[in-house]
Design a protein around this ligand. Sequence first.
Ligand code: ADP
Ligand code: MG
Length: 331
Amino acid sequence: REAKNKMPTYKGLENYELVEKMGDGAFSNVYKAVDLTTRKKIAVKVVRKFELSASQAGDRHLNPQFKKKPRVTERANILKEVQIMRGIQHPSIVKLNSFSESMEHYFLVLELMDGGELFHQIVKLTYFSENLSRHVILQVANGIRYLHEERGVVHRDIKPENLLFNRIEIIPSKNPIHRPYDESKEDEGEFIPGIGGGGIGRVKIADFGLSKVVWDEQTMTPCGTVGYTAPEIVKDERYSKSVDMWALGCVLYTLLCGFPPFYDESINVLTEKVARGYYTFLSPWWDDISVEAKDLITHLLCVDPAQRYTIDEFLAHPWCHAAPAPPPPPT
Ligand code: ADP
Ligand code: MG
């Protein structure tokens, strides 16, 4: 972590005091910051207007599954990200508070997610219990349902680095009370215990940099406009929501066992495995995981997008409604 005195200053961001760097990508840095007017803590995503050279744009993680796609931050792209985020309000989605720009940078002022990336929590805990996985994935799924069904938005970059916790609470209890995730108890103060008595709060979807508004599947129109759109575009977009469902399956698989469904040292072999949908429920890691969980994953990691579960089918699956296991007896 960078020390306070090493924080950069940005022209156009004088209203905020940067506290620490929380994330960095090829074209953006995310900082924890204080709004000097309200004294509230927020996050600010600073996006460089000009591209860095390829050598400067390094990947953070060795696992190719989590590789960051380099992208050109054209004005149109960032404005699309901002426009999509502006139209969105849901407890499972990181809120955009404001947007501004200077000559060199774009600034997205975001709701602060203090608990870090889901990626880091998986690394820390090795894997999640089925109850904790359900608690996490249902929050993500409810966010996706809102995007797909109410906003016609496909996220297109669902992965553990773009799923953020708003806080982590460690509960010092030998006999934690297991509670199912309850959407109506929106959120503050709601948690279920994880492995080792740790508890985890709200999970939200971040990074709309690759997201897109899609065509309505029934009427084949974008937001109600009957257009002059070519059939290949309409066909192309028919299953576009299903990319988020595949990604949701990958995240759920990874939560439950601690490693991704598709992995290989060689990018060519990995690409081939993904293309054929070749994955296994590897023993011994998957031996004690419920058949319902495996059945759900099978319907998500399904190569044919027409066969893949939609978000409503996902949410209707028995695993999503399973009663949590009773708490372990006091020791
Ligand atoms: P990129 O397009 O570079 O992937 P992201 O929006 O995903 O940009 O942000 C990069 C990283 O910064 C995230 O993976 C996360 O670690 C951190 N981050 C992003 N938004 C927030 C936020 N609102 N609060 C805390 N950390 C954040
Ligand atoms: Mg990201």
